[in-house]
Structures are given as structure tokens and as C-alpha cells.
Design a protein around this ligand. Structure first.
Ligand code: AHM
Ligand code: MG
Length: 337
């Protein structure tokens, strides 16, 4: 059987369906190569000297791990020379990274969380890279990193591509260019991503939920109600027994939902209310919401569709409820009941 590589999949999307441009194809291939390089670094672990703290904090005041910094550098280096990008923004950088003057500029903006699930790096549990692609508005001011922030402040509906790599027992790339969701498996010997699943569909119903239960006392009433109803099992109003999973790597939790359905929640709670939520809109919630919707699921804050939010700032945080459509609709409904 002929293997369909990522390059071939993208070429077909470009040639037959006109879904993507040559530049977007190039951009996604470069991101995928960066993810391969990150996968190799992670695979070396202690032998590569890549585990542990970097000794610095990021813009959110979180301690950076060596692999956070390394993954960020890999993505920046891979993407700045190709001529396909206007600017990049990352969880690990306060301000956007402009394409250096010595390289040509392109029409796309790339945002990423270079290594999501940082708390799992040193304990050998799945982690990942999340990315989102936007078009740079005509005439955007890219003269300084400060001025460039405005170009990024577009709702998730404007994304032209989104994806994540999950570095688990297998390294996978899960991608949408707005035409369904495709999964690619990294063939480590060949060094290329091979298409292993197309048209991913998330079941509308589920019996599995993912939430950090240690925050229960801080949740709002609608989430309290929903989780209590799930825990009540067959005898409760939902009439079924639920199972719970929480990896604490969003990529791993979302990938489980892509594979067998489920609902993921990092809702608003009184502890994080002032900052608006835990997860970041532009490079965590938006790309995941696009992927989930493309696979037939739903993604809201409890009060609003995530993809409709117009961002006020680059590192904005939002509550996230996503996954199997009927369950997301139920808990979203509880927020307006
Ligand atoms: P990070 O980007 O600093 O790794 O934080 C995001 C992660 C998500 O991957 C995960 O869903 C969540 O934080 C886990 O949070 P908690 O440790 O509060 O359960
Ligand atoms: Mg993250």
C-alpha cells in the first residue's frame, strides 16, 4: 500500500481541493520538522541533558523547564528563514518574534505553545506542541514587537490551520486545515509523518470526563452541578456511570477525546477568576477548539463559543470546556439556566 506522507497529504489538499496555499503547505511542513526535532530531544531525556529547570521564568511567571526553552528555540529557528511568516508568538515569549530583516516576510502568523504539559516533562508522561496559523492583516504594523501584537488579536474563526504534536509512546501530529482532522504518525526510521487516520469524528455522547478535581471547591455552580450529576452515576439524572481521566497535559487529554470521545474542562473558578482562566486562548484554547469542532465536537467557555472570542491581548486566558458535543452543550446550558 502506498503510504501518504504529510507532504503528500498537504500537496493533495493544495492541488485537488485548493484548501491551502503553497506557503501554508511549506509552513506546516516546517512546523512538523520542528516537532520531529523536539521529539528527538525529548526522547534523549537525561542522556541529552535536557531535563530539569532552565532557571528562568516565562511571561506568565511560570518556571521554565530546559525543554520549554529548547522547544521554543527549535520552532523559532525552523520558521524564521522560510519567507512564509510575518511574525510568531509563543507562550514562552512576552512579545511577538518578528522575522529578522535578513529574511523575506510572508503573509502568515504562527502562534504556539512549544511544550505543553510542562509538569509532566520530568516524570516521563506525554507532553506536546500546540500551534495555530492566522493570516496577517493587510497593512499590519510589524515595525516593533510591541506594535505587532495587534496583528495577532483575531478570533479563532480566522485560523487557517491548527494542530498539535503529542510526544507519547508514539509521536503523532494531529492537523486541520479547515477540512476535517487528520492524524499522522511519526515513522522514526524514515523521519517522516505518515497519514494514519482521516476525517476523525468525536462521538457526540460520552461516559468519560477530564477535570482537575482538586479545584472542586473553587468551581462555579454550573460545573459543580454537572460534575455532581456525573458522579451520581446510573442513579443520577444523567442515568449512566462515568469514568474520569486527567493527564494534566492538554494535548494528551484532548487526544484521548479525539480517539474515543469525552469531555475536557478547565473551567473558571474563584482561584483563577482574576486572570480569566488557566489556559491561554491564542495557542491552547483556539487551536484545540478548531480541531475539536472540525472533528464534530464542541468547545465553549461555558458562556460562549471559544472560536468567537475576540482576543484583547496575546496571552489572554479563558475557561475551556470541549469534547463530545452533547455533553459540552449540556454543561454550557447549565451556565445559562
Ligand atoms: P503549561 O502550558 O504550562 O504546560 O500549562 C497547561 C497545562 C495543560 O496542558 C493542562 O491541561 C493543565 O495545564 C493542567 O493544569 P493542572 O496542573 O492545574 O491540572
Ligand atoms: Mg500550555
Amino acid at each position: 500500500m502506498v503510504q501518504r506522507t504529510l507532504a503528500r497529504y498537504l500537496t493533495e489538499e493544495q492541488r485537488n481541493k485548493g484548501v491551502i496555499t503553497a506557503d501554508l503547505k511549506f509552513l506546516i511542513e516546517i512546523v512538523s520538522r520542528a516537532c520531529q526535532a523536539i521529539s528527538v530531544a525529548i526522547g534523549k531525556g537525561s542522556l541529552g541533558g535536557v531535563l530539569g529547570e532552565a532557571g528562568s521564568d516565562n511571561v506568565q511567571g511560570e518556571a521554565q523547564k530546559k525543554l520549554d526553552v529548547l522547544s521554543n528555540d527549535i520552532l523559532l529557528d525552523a520558521n524564521e528563514w522560510g519567507g512564509h511568516l510575518a511574525a510568531m508568538a509563543s507562550e514562552e515569549m512576552d512579545l511577538p518574534h518578528l522575522v529578522p530583516h535578513r529574511f523575506p516576510k510572508g503573509e502568515y502568523l504562527l502562534t504556539f505553545d512549544p511544550l505543553d504539559g510542562s509538569s509532566n516533562i520530568d516524570v516521563n508522561v506525554s507532553i506536546g506542541t500546540i500551534f495555530s496559523v492566522l493570516k496577517c492583516p493587510e497593512g499590519a504594523d510589524l515595525s516593533t514587537p510591541e506594535a505587532a501584537e495587534a496583528a495577532f488579536l483575531q478570533p479563532g474563526t480566522a485560523q487557517v490551520a491548527a494542530g498539535y504534536a503529542v510526544y507519547g509512546p508514539t509521536t503523532l501530529l494531529v492537523l486541520t486545515v479547515g477540512n476535517g482532522v487528520a492524524v499522522f504518525t511519526l515513522d522514526r526510521e524514515q523521519g517522516s509523518f505518515i497519514l494514519t487516520q482521516e476525517n476523525v469524528q468525536i462521538p457526540a455522547d460520552t461516559k468519560e470526563f477530564a477535570i482537575n478535581m482538586s479545584n472542586q471547591r473553587f468551581w462555579e455552580a454550573p460545573v459543580q452541578r454537572y460534575v455532581a450529576e456525573m458522579q451520581a452515576g446510573k442513579e443520577g439524572p444523567l442515568g449512566k456511570d462515568y469514568n474520569m481521566r486527567w493527564v494534566a497535559s492538554m494535548v494528551a487529554d484532548v487526544h484521548r477525546i479525539m480517539t474515543r470521545g469525552g469531555i475536557f474542562m478547565y473551567p473558571l473558578d474563584s482561584k483563577i477568576k482574576a486572570q480569566g482562566g488557566k489556559l491561554r486562548l491564542m495557542y491552547e484554547a483556539n487551536p484545540m477548539a478548531m480541531l475539536i469542532e472540525q472533528a464534530g465536537g464542541a468547545a465553549t467557555t461555558g458562556r460562549q463559543r471559544i472560536l468567537d472570542i475576540v482576543p484583547g491581548k496575546l496571552h489572554q486566558r479563558v475557561p475551556v470546556i470541549l469534547g463530545s458535543k452533547n455533553e459540552v452543550d449540556r454543561v454550557t446550558g447549565y451556565h445559562s439556566a
